[in-house]
Design a protein around this ligand. Structure first.
Ligand SMILES: Nc1nc2c(ncn2[C@@H]2O[C@H](COP(=O)(O)OP(=O)(O)O)[C@@H](O)[C@H]2O)c(=O)[nH]1
Ligand SMILES: [Mg+2]
Length: 177
């Protein structure tokens, strides 16, 4: 049977963990385009940033292959969102649960995709392993998300945790189709 390719976009604010999330589950060596961060505020968070995109692939079963596309977080690469959005069937919005300053940006990202590329999405509350991480239920409130949106705890460093988010999204996609 022909292989079914499912395009999933992984978005979220800067340093939410998008690159980590894709690297953790990808079966291929992810294509990454990292560059040194230049802005001082960003440098404090990490020394490298994704310039164009991350790309990963994971085989679900004999029929289904997920292709994961990570969006860059910095606003100077906003134009990439449009390119990545084409043909997508699902969206994961990651947030750094320890950094409420970025929640507003996450909400903006959700609004962008909802208006431009409406598709099933879930919110991944990343970095749940860290002290001070907000509870998913509080993040739901902060982002003003509808009851029917899945707001999931995740640790992008952990393969099972990342897989769980992917499966939850696939369930949403299956219901939507
Ligand atoms: N402790 C912890 N650190 C994480 C987790 N996910 C990502 N990170 C770290 O957070 C930083 C930003 O992650 P990155 O994937 O580069 O973020 P991106 O800008 O969204 O691509 C990196 O130093 C990661 O190692 C997590 O679940 N737990
Ligand atoms: Mg990145």
């Amino acid at each position: 049977m022909a292989e079914k390719q499912i395009k999933i976009v992984v978005s979220g604010p800067y340093a939410a963990g998008k690159t980590q999330f894709i690297n953790t589950v990808s079966e291929i060596q992810t294509v990454q385009t990292e560059a040194k961060t230049t802005k001082t505020g960003e440098k404090e968070k990490k020394s490298h940033t994704t310039v164009a995109m991350d790309f990963g692939k994971i085989k679900i079963d004999d029929e289904h292959v997920l292709y994961l596309f990570g969006t860059p977080g910095q606003s100077r690469f906003d134009f990439m969102w449009d390119i990545l959005g084409k043909g997508m069937v699902g969206l994961i919005v990651l947030v750094d649960s320890t950094d409420p300053n970025t929640f507003h940006e996450a909400r903006k990202i959700i609004n962008f995709f909802e208006s431009r590329y409406p598709s099933p999405f879930v919110v991944g509350c990343n970095k749940q392993d860290l002290k001070g991480a907000w509870d998913p239920k509080d993040i739901r409130t902060a982002l003003d998300l509808d009851e029917d949106v899945k707001v999931l705890p995740v640790v992008a460093l952990n393969k099972e945790s990342v897989k769980n988010v992917l499966l939850e999204l696939l369930e949403e996609i299956a219901e939507y189709i």
